[in-house]
Design a protein around this ligand. Structure first.
Ligand code: FAD
Length: 306
């Protein structure tokens, strides 16, 4: 049964704890329900666990599908099948208990498999693409389900064919490797420790890295050299321990975050002539002041796509 709400407050879903009311939202519970909603062409976005999204604090005149209720996974030997809304850390813990190695990196961040495949999420020298075998996706252009293998997914740094072509990830299969429980647990522990010391946990609401790393460099390094750590804009602040994170310190609005992002972007551009590209996604209304800031920062990506 699909739950549908109008004028729905999305703040509570976002790891940034920012967001106004969305015109209409739907929570399908099965892949069949998801497909029947997308095929109406009524909805503008399909989103997972909102751990990489900045929603506008203003009311958002859009229709959104949340996949969080489409969660399920099946482990058979080394093969793992997941539905799009399933959260990474849950599956990673279960795989560790079964001595399966390959998902140790997923313990540290709250993405759903749909979002992680779309973004080709990675950390600690592991990436979604490494263990990926195949996925079923929905092509909204011709309203068909397509089955793509790893090569056909065109995985790149924070990118995949799902992102390039607007395909919706329905479910996916991965092949992990047999490992030693103790070693897997040890790697996971190390990953969690690393994050505790270098990155904000979700007690400081955030959406992960703000900008993508430029080729052969790190956005965090460049932002740090611009002495941006601790810079505040309204309720938003550049995290003290890592300059590529913005934390919602005190009821930040989307305008606070975008203004701060623009400051960070401009400083790096001025000092190093490098135009950082946002890693997070923004969902809001067009033709607003904050959208103009977003547009400037994403113009290069748009140009690069053409
Ligand atoms: C504390 C913290 C740490 C993080 N660390 C990392 C890290 O180390 N490495 C890393 O890569 N990321 C990291 N992230 C960012 C984030 O968790 C990942 O980008 C993750 O892949 C997003 O998954 P999600 O389900 O939350 O996607 P969402 O934020 O819901 O959506 C992100 C994008 O994916 C699209 N999408 C979601 N589901 C689907 C679907 N089923 N089909 C098609 N498109 C879909 C959305 O439309 C949107 O454009 C971190 C985030 C936080 C908050």
């Amino acid at each position: 049964m699909v739950e549908i709400y109008e004028n729905y407050e999305v703040k509570k879903h976002s790891t940034f704890k920012i967001g106004g009311k969305v015109k209409k939202v739907a929570f399908p519970e099965t892949i069949e329900e998801l497909i029947s909603l997308i095929s109406t062409n009524e909805y503008h976005h399909v989103i997972g666990n909102c751990s990489n999204i900045l929603f506008s604090s203003n009311d958002i005149n859009k229709k959104i599908i949340f996949t969080e209720k489409i969660n399920g996974y099946f482990i058979n030997g080394c093969s793992v099948i997941v539905s799009c809304g399933t959260k990474g850390p849950i599956v990673a813990s279960e795989c560790a208990k079964k001595n399966l190695s390959g998902f140790e990196f997923l313990i540290g961040f709250p993405g759903s498999f749909g979002g992680m495949i779309y973004m080709n999420a990675s950390a600690h020298n592991q990436a979604i693409a490494d263990t990926f075998v195949c996925a079923n996706l929905y092509n909204q252009n011709n309203k068909t389900i397509i089955h793509l293998n790893k090569e056909e997914m065109h995985f790149k740094y924070r990118n995949s064919i799902a992102q390039e072509n607007g395909y919706i990830v329905l479910d996916a299969q991965f092949e992990l490797k047999k490992g030693e429980t103790e070693q897997i647990q040890e790697i996971m522990k190390r990953n969690v420790e690393f994050r505790k010391t270098r990155q904000p946990s979700l007690t400081y609401p955030n959406a992960g890295s703000i900008f993508k790393n430029p080729e052969n460099d790190s956005a965090g390094r460049l932002l740090d050299l611009c002495e941006l750590k601790g810079t505040v804009e309204g309720g938003a602040m550049v995290f003290q321990n890592h300059a590529n994170f913005i934390v919602n310190k005190d009821n930040a609005t989307s305008t606070d975050v975008l203004t701060l992002m623009y400051k960070m972007y401009s400083k790096v551009r001025e000092k190093y002539r490098i135009e950082l590209i946002p890693e997070i996604k923004y969902i809001g209304n067009e033709r607003t002041e904050e959208y103009k800031l977003w547009k400037i920062m994403t113009e290069n990506t748009q140009k690069a796509k053409k």
